[in-house]
Design a protein around this ligand. Structure first.
Ligand code: 5GP
Ligand code: MN
Length: 394
């Protein structure tokens, strides 16, 4: 196995600068809305330092001619994973560097979920099995831990340099260079800031990808992470001429009729348990592979199901348990603020954000629900009130 990238990449440490004064290419952003992700070392442990940004910029700009670059994102990719990865890939292309090869990939079946099949940059995608095995530079998007890279973990260890872009506070820092901003609404935000520092001007293709990342992870600009900076970024993206209405229809309102009937079945078995988590309350349902088969639907149609369940006012915590195999379930959890569902997910082998988390459950759906119920009841007084607000999804 080749050494970890941090030991290999030659980067002159950048001097610490006051916030907002990191070197930025001319014309990358209008004055006043410059990316402000750089912090003096140690100032904000949940944001990249000026040295982190300098190392990331150098990792791209110091690539030799003919270098081979592999972009990866997490298994079962969502809008932020695909949007940040493909948007950044299109940006790299736009830089016009003489790369030997540029590929994007994700672990698992090489099937792009239907809502994302019109994304610009899809031509960069290759199946995981066809992804280059020893990239000069690997860039990882939206994965909180290396386990989210499935069979692509070997690329991570064999890459000469591994750069990790993410916004999960729980990120395990598994690469060589890390741009992890736990205050960012989406990994797409981090990607946009790095593109700006690389001097890449946004075009409509890049902007559409990054808009999908931003719109998905902010729940269409509804969640707490929807800051002024998020809307300023959306403004920069929309200014390239992209059509938010068309994009939203494609990614949010674009599922087969069979999925509507499937939701009917699955929502009709939802249960409310008001006493769980010290009275915070739990609402849950589950969907089986048989449900999908009966309605001739693909698993992706279940991704927004949690949004239909979590609207129940009576419960702080909501949960959808989706069968992925024999005795195997993908679990989505959401909180309205009283309970830290990331704590529950981590305790059950997964991860995520305080208000949106998940894990892989085993056994029957009742076993999985029982484990969640027990973990919720075992929290601080069955209830966790600490921490700051987070985003809603991925
Ligand atoms: P979703 O419910 O939208 O699939 O996921 C919500 C959040 O939970 C995502 O941000 C993701 O980080 C996290 N998450 C979901 N499933 C898993 C999992 O199996 N493992 C880990 N580590 N995190 C997960
Ligand atoms: Mn994300």
């Amino acid at each position: 196995m080749r050494g970890r990238p941090s030991a290999r990449v030659k980067v002159a440490p950048a001097p610490a600068r006051p916030r907002g004064q990191a070197p930025l290419p001319d014309g990358a952003h209008p004055e006043g809305v410059l990316p402000d992700g750089a912090e003096p070392d140690g100032a904000r442990p949940d944001r990249p330092t000026a040295d982190d940004w300098a190392a990331a910029v150098a990792a791209v700009t110091e690539l030799p001619e003919g270098a081979r670059v592999l972009l990866v994102c997490h298994v079962n990719p969502d809008g932020d994973a695909l949007g940040s990865m493909l948007g950044f890939g299109l940006g790299l292309r736009r830089m016009g560097r003489p790369l030997g090869e540029l590929q994007a990939t994700f672990p698992g079946p090489p099937v792009v979920p239907q809502p994302f099949r019109d994304l610009p940059g899809l031509d960069l995608l290759v199946p995981a099995s066809a992804a280059m095995t020893d990239p000069d530079l690997l860039i990882c998007f939206d994965a909180a831990s290396e386990s989210r890279l499935g069979e692509l973990i070997d690329r991570l260890t064999r890459a000469r340099v591994a750069l990790v872009l993410d916004h999960h506070a729980s990120n395990t820092r598994f690469g060589g260079i890390h741009l992890i901003d736990a205050t960012a609404a989406a990994t797409g935000v981090v990607a946009e800031q790095l593109l700006a520092r690389l001097g890449v001007t946004l075009d409509a293709g890049i902007a559409e990808c990054l808009y999908v990342a931003l719109a998905t992870d902010t729940g269409s600009f509804r969640f707490d992470m929807t800051t002024p900076a998020v809307h300023e970024m959306a403004a920069r993206l929309i200014a390239t001429g992209i059509k938010p209405g068309d994009i939203s229809r494609r990614i949010f309102d674009n599922r087969p009729f069979g999925s509507v009937r499937l939701y009917g079945d699955v929502l009709s078995r939802a249960r409310l348990e008001p006493a769980v988590a010290g009275g915070a309350g739990l609402v849950w349902t589950y969907a089986t592979l048989a449900d999908l088969t009966r309605h001739d639907q693909e698993p992706y149609v279940l991704e927004p199901l949690i949004d239909s369940v979590r609207c129940a006012t009576e419960a702080d915590v909501s949960c959808v348990v989706k069968q992925t195999g024999e005795g195997e379930w993908a679990v989505s959890m959401r909180s309205k603020g009283a309970v830290d569902v990331a704590r529950v997910a981590v305790a059950l082998g997964g991860g995520g954000h305080r208000l949106a988390a998940g894990f892989t459950g085993r056994g029957t759906e009742q076993d999985v629900i029982a484990a969640i119920r027990a973990e919720l009841n075992a929290g601080p007084d069955g209830r966790d009130s600490g921490g700051r607000g987070a985003d809603g999804r991925g």
